[in-house]
Design a protein around this ligand. Structure first.
Ligand code: KG4
Ligand code: ZN
Length: 333
C-alpha cells in the first residue's frame, strides 16, 4: 500500500511517499529555518503562509522523486496535531481536498506517533512493545508503546520541553535558531564545570525550566566572563543525564527492556551516545532513528499512518470532511 504523508505542524513543509509503512520511496523536506532565523524563533503566521505557498510544489516533487502519479496513492496520512494551528491547517486542508478529489481514505495522524515511527523506518524489524523517550521542540515524554497504535504516557515535562530549553539557552549564549545543534557543537569544546540544578519528582515527570533559569542567571551574573563552551557542555550533560536516568529508572521499575529515542532532540550526539551506552551496560536493546528522520519529516508521518490504517483507524473522506487541526492534541486521544 502506498501512503502519501503530509507534515506541516511547525516550520517544515514535508511530503513523503512510503510503501507499507517501512519503505521510504521519497521524502521531501522544505525547511523554513532561514526565514525564522531572522526572528530568533518560529513566527507562526509566517510559517502558515510559507506552508501555503510551498505545499503544492512539495507534493509534486515527492511524487516526481517517487516516480508515481496521484492515481498510485492508496491513502493519505496527515499530521492534524499537536503543533501550530495555522501551520497544521494548511496540511489538513490540502490532505482533505486531495483525498476528496482522488476519493481515497484519510488517516489523521498524531505528530508524536510520527516521531516514534521514524524508528520503524530506520529499523525494519523493530516491533512494539518498547519505551519511547520522545524529545522534541514541543514535547518531552516517556511513552510506553504497547502496540503500534496503543500508547501510555509514563512521564512528561511539567514545564518546558527539552528542545525549547536548548533553544532558549542557545539564545542566552548568543547562538542562532534552532539552538539545539549549535549548543551541542559548542559543548564539544567545553568542560562540565558549571553545577546546574536537576529535578526529581515522585513519578517519572521531567522539568527543564529550573535549569534554563539557572543558565540565564549565571549568564547575567558573569557577563563577559561567562565560559560559553563550558556552559553549553554543563547544560547538555545535565539535561541528558536527567533524561537518561529517568527513562532507565522507569524501564527498570516497569520491566521494559527495549528503548526507542524519538523527536528532534534525538539528533543530539551526547544523548544518542548515553542512551546506547546505558542500554549496553544493562543488556537492554536501544534504537535511535537515522539522523534524517529525527527532525520533522513526512516519512515518519506516513509510517505512523500505515500502522493506523492497517488497524482500521482510517476514514472514508466523506465521513471526515469536518477533520480539523488540534494544536494541543494528546497522544492518547
Ligand atoms: O521534532 P522537531 O523537529 O520539532 C518539534 O516537533 O518540536 O524538534 C526540533 C527541536 C528544536 O528545539 C531543536 O533545537 C532540537 O529539536 N534539536 C536539537 C538537536 N537537533 C535538533 N537539540 C539538541 N541537539 C541537537 N543536535
Ligand atoms: Zn516534531
Amino acid at each position: 500500500m502506498i501512503c502519501l504523508g503530509i507534515e506541516t505542524s511547525c516550520d517544515e513543509t514535508s511530503v513523503a511517499v512510503v510503501k507499507d509503512g517501512r519503505e521510504v520511496i521519497s521524502n521531501i523536506v522544505s525547511t523554513q529555518i532561514e526565514i525564522h532565523k531572522e526572528y530568533g524563533g518560529v513566527v507562526p503566521e509566517i510559517a502558515s503562509r510559507k506552508h501555503l505557498s510551498n505545499i503544492a510544489y512539495v507534493v509534486d516533487e515527492a511524487l516526481e522523486k517517487a516516480n508515481i502519479t496521484f492515481s498510485d496513492i492508496d491513502y493519505i496520512g496527515v499530521t492534524y496535531g499537536p503543533g501550530l494551528v495555522g501551520a497544521l491547517l494548511v496540511g489538513v486542508a490540502y490532505a482533505k481536498s486531495l483525498a476528496y478529489a482522488l476519493n481515497i481514505p484519510i488517516v489523521p495522524t498524531h505528530h508524536i506517533e510520527g516521531h516514534i515511527a521514524a524508528n520503524y523506518i530506520t529499523y525494519s524489524n523493530l516491533k512494539p512493545p518498547f519505551m519511547a523517550l520522545v524529545v522534541s521542540g514541543g514535547h518531552s515524554h516517556l511513552i510506553h508503546v504497547k502496540d503500534y497504535t496503543e500508547f501510555e504516557i509514563i512521564g512528561k515535562t511539567r514545564d518546558d520541553a527539552v528542545g525549547e530549553a536548548f533553544d532558549k539557552v542557545a539564545r542566552v549564549l548568543g547562538l542562532p535558531y534552532p539552538g539545539g545543534p549549535e549548543v551541542s557543537k559548542l559543548a564539544q569544546n567545553g568542560k562540565f564545570t558549571y553545577k546546574l540544578p536537576k529535578t526529581k519528582f515522585d513519578n517519572y515527570d521531567f522539568s527543564f525550566s529550573g535549569i534554563k533559569t539557572a543558565v540565564i542567571n549565571i549568564a547575567h551574573k558573569e557577563g563577559e566572563k561567562l565560559r560559553k563552551e563550558d556552559m553549553a557542555c554543563s547544560f547538555e550533560t545535565t539535561v541528558c543525564e536527567e533524561l537518561i536516568n529517568n527513562c532507565f529508572l522507569a524501564m527498570k521499575e516497569l520491566g521494559i527492556k527495549r528503548v526507542v529515542l524519538a523527536g528532534g532532540v534525538s539528533a543530539n550526539r551526547l544523548l544518542r551516545k548515553m542512551l546506547q551506552e546505558t542500554a549496553q551496560k544493562l543488556n537492554y536493546e536501544a534504537y535511535i532513528p537515522d539522523l534524517k528522520y529525527c527532525t520533522d519529516n513526512a516519512a515518519m508521518i506516513a509510517s505512523a499512518a500505515h500502522f493506523n490504517y492497517i488497524s482500521g483507524k482510517y476514514y472514508n473522506i466523506e465521513e471526515k470532511l469536518d477533520l480539523n487541526a488540534k494544536a494541543n492534541l494528546k497522544i492518547c486521544d
